[in-house]
Design a protein. Structure first.
Length: 200
């Protein structure tokens, strides 16, 4: 298997959230984990405002704390690839944890491998369902409460929560074309820059 010609289709579902928030993507297996993090941020519509970790087996991958004050450090996501997790753990399911306070757990299922294929133009968003919750809403339980409150005009907190969150928030409505374009733009920004040789 050549890393440069292998991709994998992944299904990523936000755990304990209703209505379902799911994204299906194709990514290169050689994708660095810090870039997989950015891919998921973009595909879901998060704002990349909090810490993250990938969890599989006994392993943890993230951005190590430079002060190292909080116990065992994760493996540096900037120096590891998606394939490294698969090789080290043998797993077909990876957890991507975003915002340790709110605790958004994204379940990543490795669905299908593509060998001998071009990885140019990847990552690619194939499917999207459900709008990403607002940042800092309080995790799955806070999000459920938020939806109840904004859906009930008679609730005493209705006006406050409606103004606090995104305008006219509908958990079922997403701008798929915008998400697809944003994910596609990542591959363009990660292309190696060609060196220009100047003649003397």
């Amino acid at each position: 298997m050549s890393l440069n010609t292998t991709a994998v289709r992944i299904k990523v579902t936000l755990k304990d959230v209703r209505p379902e928030v799911m994204r299906r993507l194709v990514v290169p297996v050689a994708l660095r984990l810090d870039r997989l993090h950015l891919t998921l941020q973009t595909a879901f519509g998060w704002t990349n405002s909090h810490l993250f970790e990938f969890l599989a087996g006994e392993g943890r991958w993230g951005i190590p704390d430079p002060d190292g004050d909080f116990g065992p450090q994760p493996i540096d996501a900037r120096k590891a690839r998606l394939l490294d997790i698969v090789r080290e753990t043998g797993t077909k399911t990876i957890h991507y944890l975003y915002d340790f306070g709110d605790g958004w757990d994204h379940v990543i299922k490795l669905e299908k491998w593509f060998d001998d294929t071009s990885t140019e133009g990847l990552p690619l968003l194939l499917e999207a369902a459900g709008r990403c919750p607002p940042e800092d809403v309080g995790g799955p339980s806070g999000y459920a409460e938020y939806l109840d409150v904004i859906g009930d005009p008679s609730h005493p907190e209705h006006e406050h929560m409606r103004l606090w969150g995104p305008e006219r928030f509908d958990p079922n409505t997403i701008d798929r074309k915008a998400l697809e374009a944003a994910v596609s733009a990542l591959s363009e920004s990660w292309k190696p820059r060609r060196r220009v040789t100047r003649l003397k």
